[in-house]
Design a protein around this ligand. Structure first.
Ligand code: PMP
Length: 416
């Protein structure tokens, strides 16, 4: 099927050319070719509203938060807390359920440490899945080691879907938490998180979702999902690096001990005893990443301005188009063919190594990621050294997919 960029974008009234003008980096030349940026699952590019807001923060707001009475400190604190409200509204949470962290990794580590301290003991079990990013594996392994608990892993099918029947069999009175990814960074699989949560809650087991790959593409409603913890990173949602979010239900957060000690997280300190602040400040020891916290809200407002429904529809078109094109190439094997997918295409090419393909694509201006994508157990499942992964954002185009496919054909012919 031959779909032209024009007819597709017109169909769904998605003005990608105007959107692209918001992202100056997309006009970069790479090795004499226009950049085709298909590494959005690793990090996304930033619109001008985000870039300008960083500069504006240091020109007009910079001061420490929560501690001062002066004008700038109040301004910084107001913007910092206003941003928390915008993030909360975006997830349909209340603002005291939103904790600023460094990223998804820190959000998961925080829960693994603090929830683990409060609720996990020897003999207990934590359930994760086969398709987790290392950041949703290692913190749980560390917790299990500390407590003498054990990790149970939900198996997957060859298509890259969770085996839900097996999952339900793993749930038991020993299970203290289920921690799974909402969307797989390597496979693109969108997991049936409603069903996962429902099954866990039927046994009073809380659920953490790793939303690093979901928040850039899908509308998330933590209340509707009834999820207990939800994590994401600013840099993957068109915002700055060094900022992430942990959503947690208040009923859990206030039962969990602090993750780190220091300023901000206390009510009162004496040498004999310290009392802790309530959530979220209880989990925000020290000076936070003020600039990135404030600017994250600009990124969220930006994607809401385009509309997540429009984004999801357009990206799905890109996914379908890219998938059809790749399937036509001899020797290409797609890794991750779930029925519900986000805009990630992972593949291997017979007789070639993913990194050789990646290098030859880069020579032609195309940025993809190759390797294990921090999911070594998952690539082990497929018995491959890794994949080539093209991941699309709403500023990508059908023409770029054509350029990528042409460049890939050239790379393959050079390698064979
Ligand atoms: N989980 C998933 C599914 C991811 O894709 C990533 C980033 N690749 C992470 C967690 C970790 O995110 P960060 O490095 O921003 O903490």
């Amino acid at each position: 099927m031959d779909i032209t960029a024009k007819s597709k974008t017109t169909d769904i009234k998605f003005d990608v050319e105007t959107i692209r003008k918001d992202f100056p980096i997309l006009y970069t030349q790479v090795n004499g070719h226009p950049l085709v940026y298909f590494d959005n699952a690793a990090t996304s590019q930033k619109p001008l509203v985000v870039i300008n807001a960083i500069e504006e923060y240091y020109k007009a707001t910079n001061s420490n938060v929560h501690r001062g009475l002066h004008y700038l400190s109040n301004k910084a604190t107001n913007e910092f807390e206003e941003s928390r409200k915008i993030v909360a509204a975006h997830l349909n949470a209340s603002h005291d359920e939103i904790i600023y962290t460094r990223g998804t990794t820190e959000s998961i580590n925080l829960v693994a440490f603090s929830f683990g301290e409060a609720f996990v003991k020897s003999g207990d079990e934590i359930i994760i899945s086969y398709m987790e990013h290392h950041s949703n594996i290692v913190p749980w392994q560390m917790l299990c080691e500390r407590k003498g608990a054990s990790l149970k892993v939900i198996p997957i099918t060859e298509k890259g879907e969770l085996k839900l029947d097996e999952y339900k069999k793993l749930l038991s009175s020993k299970t203290k938490l289920v921690a799974v990814t909402h969307v797989s960074n390597t496979l693109g699989t969108i997991n049936p998180v409603e069903e996962i949560i429902e099954a866990a809650h039927a046994k009073n087991i809380p659920v953490l979702l790793d939303g690093a790959q979901a928040v850039p593409h899908l509308k998330i409603d933590v209340k509707k999902l009834d999820v207990d913890f939800y994590c994401f990173s600013g840099h993957k949602v068109f915002g700055p690096t060094g900022i992430g979010i942990l959503y947690g239900k208040t009923k859990w957060l206030n039962q969990m001990p602090p993750y780190q000690g220091g300023g901000e997280m206390i009510k009162e300190v004496t040498f004999e005893k310290t009392t802790y602040n309530d959530a979220p400040l209880r989990f925000e020891a020290g000076t936070p990443n003020i600039e990135a916290s404030i600017v994250l809200a600009k990124a969220i407002n930006y994607i809401n301005g385009i509309g997540l429904d429009a984004i999801a529809t357009y990206e799905h078109e890109l996914l379908q188009y890219g998938t059809e094109k790749l399937q036509q190439i001899n020797g290409v094997r797609l890794i991750g063919t779930a029925a519900h997918k986000s805009s990630v295409i992972s593949f291997v090419v017979d007789g070639t190594h993913p990194s050789d393909i990646g290098i030859l694509l880069d020579k032609q201006g195309v940025a993809v990621r190759t390797g294990h994508h921090c999911t070594q157990p998952l690539v082990g499942f497929y018995k491959i050294p890794g994949t080539v992964r093209a991941s699309f954002a709403f500023y990508n185009t059908f023409e770029e997919i054509d350029i990528f496919v042409k460049a890939l054909n050239k790379a393959i012919s050079m390698l064979r």
